[in-house]
Every structure is written in structure tokens, then in C-alpha cells.
Write a protein that binds this ligand. Structure first.
Ligand SMILES: Cc1cc2nc3c(=O)[nH]c(=O)nc-3n(C[C@H](O)[C@H](O)[C@H](O)COP(=O)(O)OP(=O)(O)OC[C@H]3O[C@@H](n4cnc5c(N)ncnc54)[C@H](O)[C@@H]3O)c2cc1C
Length: 492
């Protein structure tokens, strides 16, 4: 197996987009399942922990090791099978979403639920239950995962198919690899919004959902099966600017209402506040004077519905005072790419700002129930006023889920921003929301998880972690402090 040591070979693995800085002594690059298990054994013999690394595009430091070794999945990058009839792709976990999409597109198939960052690996996206710009229309990648092969640090590789292993209430009891697995899942109630904060736990849940979103703490996803869709007949995108923020918010409300009624079915509905547009103006001079912007993506079934839908969106935009002449409606692949790149540029610019100022990310990932969104939005504005730290607020407004990103330019501002973020999370949770809707907890969101779940509930998660990884070798410091793993009953 390929193993590298030496700082120059490791540097690439010691950060993600959170700007958390890591430390490790070596990286394993397994090429197959046997080598994955071999790397576990080697770490065990060396008495070191290890962290799983895929595309390192995560935003919470999950793939960044603080000590020990890295297992990089980049060589597990093969498509195993594409079943055209059933519309299923079976692949190893280390393939990028971009490469996976290219391969399935050859068969007129697509993973439309794909998260925004195409350089993420499919295993990384599943491990964080990522969603992205099409979450509005498609939900998170979780919904499309129908099979997982997971390597456990105890030496087994378990195969989990959706709908096959179901809990009785909160208890699992099943056989795999000649072993009986019996354990309880945490007792908390998940919020009624998309959430990626800690382990998935529900009465009578499917085992596959426990591993999806477990952020590299329970086992290594070595391969997966995903349900695909046919590529839509056509798609058009809109990038619409509004003179006043309230016009954009009214537009969003109307679109959401029409979606609820089933009159339109946009795949995406994304928001940019004035500060986001000001930052983007550094790259895109065409942005007009406006207080807010909205990006949407509309799929079309045939030529007739194309014309009708286009007219419907134009009415909606004009009815809400959108600046139609200065906005963009894109319906060719080239134009659509330009509009999508615009949407994607903002998080990239934020990450660049943080890197240049040597600051760790301080950003919200809060989703609240739709009927509480206005209250949450007012609270963002209140905190922005109080904090007087540069910020941008943007993201998945269709799902009442915004990323309020502080842009601290020094350590003092960063410390203050974290306190304000705590207040935002408290407010989000009090409104029935989650502290993390899609990015996970990783290393930097642990204080906020404690707002959502009490100590007992977090300990219940550590019990599950220790059931699958008894020596606590895997993904240390992700989701829980490693001291918590030691104090809740077992050594590591
Ligand atoms: C510009 C930009 C925009 C983004 N926009 C979005 C967005 O809109 N929505 C969204 O959800 N995310 C978004 N992200 C975040 C990111 O793309 C996702 O979190 C992504 O799914 C992580 O995938 P990765 O391969 O980079 O994983 P990594 O960052 O390498 O790892 C993420 C976590 O998963 C664990 N892990 C990795 N591989 C495995 C495996 N095979 N088995 C078990 N555990 C594993 C790691 O240990 C770590 O804890 C964005 C990122 C960027 C840079």
C-alpha cells in the first residue's frame, strides 16, 4: 500500500475550507478494501488514531487530523457498475462528484441531488449528508443512497442496503459478517427541518441512515449505491436582482407558496444579501445597484412547458419588482454554467478572504421551519447590527436555511464572531431548527451541538460511536471532544 510521511507530502491533507490547521505523521492511500483494513491494523499497531480524508472541501474541519494518521480515499475512485434500467450507480467512495456525474451522464442519467462543490468525493458527501443548491428540489444526498459498504475498525466490512435493516423502536439487532450487532440509538428527537447535527436517530429507522452523515466517526464508507434520475429535457436558471430586500423576500415567499401548491417545481432557490452582492461585484461588474439577489433553477419536461414556465417566472419576477432587464435568465449550457459559477463563487471568495486573513470560518448553517423563517431573518439583522463585524448572508432560502458568514479580519473579531454565532444558534434551536443543516459538526461546530442536545444525549451518541469503533481510533475530535470519549466509559 502507498504510505507517505514527511510534511511536504502531508500538507495537502492538513486543511479544508474551514481553515482549521491540522497535524499528522503519515497518510495511507489504500487502493482497495483489503488495504483499508490493513491501514487500520497498522494504526492499531502503532497506537495512533486516524482521520478520513476525501475531497477536503468540507467546511468544519472534519477531514483535518489533529494528530495520528490520515486515510485518504482518493485511490478508491472507480465506478463499479451503472445499471441503466434501474437507474443506479455503484461506485467506490473516492470518486469526485464531477467524475461520477460525467460517467452517469453518458447514459442520460444524473445525480441531481449532488451538492454544490463538484470536487467533493461521493463518500465525503455521504459522510456529511451534503445537500447544496438543489436541496430545495431534491433534499440531501441521503435520500438517494440505497446501499453502503462500510469498513469498521473492528475488521469487518458490512453491507447495508436500504430497507433491509430496520430498528425496533430505538434498538438495532442484526447479523452481519457472522457477528450479531445489538445496540441502541440516541433518544433525542430530530428537528423537523433538514439537519446534519450529530447522528441520525429516529424510531424504527433504517441502519443506512445512521452511517449517512456520521462524519467519519463510525466507519469508512468504501463503496455506495446511489439512485439516479433521467437528465431533465431542459433547465433554465435565473439570477434576479431586486431594488429592495423586501421585494426579494416576497418573491421567495411567493415561489415557495407556489411550490407547496404544486404549481411550479424549482430545483433551487437561493438568496444573496446586499453584502454578498457587494463582495461579488469585485468579480462580476454586471451586478446592478440592488439590495438582494435570488438564484433559481427550473427543470422543464418538454418544449410547451418551457414557454409556459418561462412566462410564469417572468410574471413572478415583475410582480415582485425584480429588475428583469438587468437580471439573467439562462437556458443554454454555457449561460447556465456562467450563472452557476456566479452562485458558487461566493463561498469560494469567503474561503479566500479567511485564508488571506488567517481566520477560521465562523458561519451559520442554521435551518428553521418555514413558518419561523421571518423571525430568524430578523434576528440575523439584529445580530449583524450589534456585532459590527463584516459579514455576508446567503444560501438556501428555499429551505429556510442561510449561511450567515462573519468575515473577521483579526483574532479579536473572530472570538467575538463565535459568541454571536452562538446566539444565532440558540435562536435557531429555540425556533425548532438545527445548528447544522448540511455541513456537519466536524471540529469547529461542537460548541453549537451542545445548544441542540444535552450532555446525556451527546453521551448516547458516543456510546454508538464506541460500539462500532471500540478503541476510538477513527475521526477523533469530530462531533465530540476526545476527552468526552474517554470520560464516557472506555479508554481509547
Ligand atoms: C465552494 C464550496 C461550496 C460548498 N457548498 C456546499 C453546499 O451548498 N452544501 C453542502 O452540503 N456542502 C457544501 N460544501 C461543503 C462540502 O463540499 C461538503 O461538505 C462535501 O460533501 C464534503 O466532501 P469531501 O469529499 O470534500 O469530504 P472531506 O471534507 O474530505 O470530509 C468530510 C467529512 O467526511 C468524512 N469522510 C470523508 N470520506 C469518508 C468516507 N469515505 N467514509 C466515512 N467518512 C468520510 C471526513 O472524515 C470528514 O469528517 C461546499 C464546499 C465548498 C468548497
Amino acid at each position: 500500500m502507498i504510505v507517505h510521511d514527511g510534511l511536504e507530502n502531508l500538507l495537502n491533507y492538513l486543511e479544508d475550507t474551514s481553515n482549521v490547521k491540522g497535524n499528522a505523521s503519515l497518510v495511507y492511500l489504500p487502493q482497495d478494501n483489503r488495504e483499508v483494513l490493513e491501514s487500520f491494523k497498522d494504526c492499531f499497531n502503532k497506537k495512533i488514531s486516524f482521520t478520513l480524508s476525501s475531497g477536503h472541501t468540507g467546511t468544519t474541519g472534519g477531514c483535518v487530523p489533529l494528530e495520528g494518521a490520515i486515510i485518504s480515499l482518493e485511490n478508491l475512485n472507480k465506478i463499479i457498475n451503472i445499471d441503466q434500467k434501474e437507474q443506479i450507480v455503484h461506485s467506490q467512495s473516492g470518486i469526485t462528484l464531477e467524475d461520477l456525474e460525467k460517467e452517469v451522464n453518458k447514459f442520460n442519467l444524473t445525480l441531481r441531488a449532488s451538492p454544490t462543490e463538484s470536487l467533493a468525493f461521493v463518500g465525503g458527501a455521504i459522510a456529511t449528508s451534503a445537500s447544496g443548491v438543489r436541496g430545495f428540489g431534491y433534499g440531501s444526498i441521503r435520500k438517494y443512497v440505497i446501499g453502503l459498504e462500510v469498513a469498521l475498525t473492528t475488521g469487518e466490512i458490512i453491507n447495508i442496503k436500504r430497507d433491509e435493516i430496520i430498528a425496533k423502536g430505538r434498538c438495532f439487532d442484526f447479523e452481519q459478517e457472522g457477528r450479531n450487532f445489538k445496540f441502541s440509538i440516541p433518544s433525542y428527537q430530530l428537528p423537523n427541518v433538514k439537519s446534519q447535527a450529530g447522528y441520525y436517530a429516529k424510531d424504527n429507522m433504517d441502519l443506512i441512515d445512521l452511517f449517512i452523515g456520521s462524519e467519519g466517526t463510525l466507519g469508512v464508507i468504501v463503496s455506495c449505491e446511489l439512485k439516479l434520475q433521467k437528465i431533465p429535457f431542459n433547465i433554465f436558471d435565473g439570477l434576479i436582482f431586486f431594488p429592495q430586500e423586501i421585494d426579494a423576500l416576497n418573491f421567495v415567499e411567493e415561489v415557495k407558496e407556489l411550490k407547496r401548491k404544486g404549481e411550479i417545481k424549482p430545483a433551487s432557490l437561493e438568496f444573496f444579501d446586499k453584502n454578498s452582492l457587494e463582495l461579488l461585484k469585485n468579480e462580476y461588474s454586471f451586478i446592478p445597484d440592488s439590495e438582494a439577489g435570488v438564484y433559481f433553477e427550473q427543470e422543464v419536461e418538454d418544449e410547451t412547458s418551457f414557454e409556459l414556465l418561462l412566462l410564469r417566472w417572468q410574471e413572478l419576477i415583475e410582480g415582485n419588482k425584480g429588475l428583469l432587464d438587468e437580471s439573467i435568465i439562462a437556458d443554454t449550457p454555457e449561460q447556465r454554467k456562467r450563472v452557476f459559477d456566479f452562485r458558487h463563487k461566493l463561498p469560494q471568495m469567503i474561503n479566500e478572504f479567511l485564508r488571506n486573513n488567517n481566520q477560521v470560518k465562523v458561519a451559520s448553517d442554521i435551518a428553521v421551519p418555514d413558518d419561523k423563517f421571518n423571525q430568524m431573518y430578523d434576528f440575523y439583522k439584529k445580530i449583524a447590527k450589534e456585532a459590527r463585524i463584516r459579514y455576508v448572508n446567503f444560501g438556501h432560502i428555499g429551505e429556510s436555511h442561510l449561511h450567515f458568514n462573519f468575515l473577521p479580519s483579526n483574532d479579536q473579531e473572530n472570538r467575538e464572531a463565535k459568541e454571536y454565532l452562538k446566539k444565532l444558534c440558540q435562536r435557531g434551536v429555540s425556533l425548532g431548527g438545527t445548528v447544522s443543516a448540511e455541513h456537519g459538526i466536524g471540529k469547529i461546530k461542537k460548541p453549537y451541538l451542545k445548544i441542540m442536545y444535552n450532555e446525556t444525549e451527546i453521551k448516547e451518541m458516543t456510546t454508538v460511536k464506541k460500539y462500532f469503533d471500540p478503541l476510538c481510533l477513527l475521526g477523533l475530535d469530530n462531533i465530540f471532544d476526545k476527552e468526552m470519549l474517554a470520560s464516557s466509559g472506555r479508554n481509547y
